[in-house]
Design a protein around this ligand. Structure first.
Ligand code: NI
Ligand code: MN
Length: 227
């Protein structure tokens, strides 16, 4: 299993048989290490409707004939734009050719900004992805919530991808508490330093969160973590 960090909340997960792209914010992202035209994938997971998560999803999906997996509102929006899409919603899981995806709650917004104002794109979500005997939790954008304890009780999480940037999501201390709740084998910080307002230090997070006993991996942009 190979997980490559493409900056912000964007990861490419290569399972050996499939390529899953999560929250592909590449165009207009000052930290993006690749152009959207260069990304190859089979599935695209979108956590919520904000531009820094929907990103280039529709264009990448169409070019790759990839399937978007998201909440009902975002999946419907993407299919209206001409992309293949599979709609789900919070609490629901589904078996895909690569494995299983379950949508979790996330406490955040999900409006998509258009020229005419905000388009309603449902509730934000996180993802539990189970593939090749491993479970990956991508929290999306969220504040800390108590149900992370439940997610940790009901799933053996191998890798948790957690926002630490503060302002829009959990900051470092809350993300460290999330690690305590989720009990993952490994936690990887995301959603930091893309913009000045989320200028959190991932190594401070690593110091604080490693007190929980979890292994914290700060993955540099463009680099991969294998597990
Ligand atoms: Ni957001
Ligand atoms: Mn965001």
């Amino acid at each position: 299993m190979k997980l490559t960090y493409l900056s912000h909340s964007c990861f490419l997960l290569e399972t050996g048989t499939h390529r899953l792209l999560i929250d592909p914010f590449l165009s207009g992202n000052p930290k993006a290490p690749v152009k959207p035209e260069a990304v190859k994938c089979d599935f695209i997971l979108i956590s919520h409707g904000h531009g820094d998560h929907v990103g280039d999803a529709v264009a990448i999906a169409k070019r790759n004939n990839a399937t978007v997996i998201s909440n009902y509102e975002i999946a419907t929006y993407c299919s209206k734009q001409g992309a293949k899409a599979h709609a789900m919603h919070i609490g629901g899981g589904h078996d895909f050719p690569f494995g299983r995806v379950k949508l979790t709650i996330a406490h955040h917004g999900s409006g998509y900004q258009t020229e005419d104002g905000f388009l309603y794109l449902g509730n934000p979500v996180g993802f539990l992805i189970t593939t090749g005997g491993k479970t990956i939790y991508h929290a999306g954008d969220t504040g800390l919530f108590m149900d992370m304890q439940l997610i940790g009780q009901m799933n053996r999480i191998d890798v948790a991808l957690l926002p630490i940037g503060d302002n829009f999501t959990m900051g470092i201390d809350d993300a460290a508490k999330a690690v305590e709740f989720l009990k993952p084998q490994v936690a990887i910080p995301m959603h930091y330093k893309t913009f000045d307002v989320i200028d959190a230090d991932p190594h401070e997070f690593a110091r604080k969160a490693s007190a929980t006993g979890a292994r914290i991996e700060v993955v540099d942009i463009g680099k991969s973590f294998e597990f």
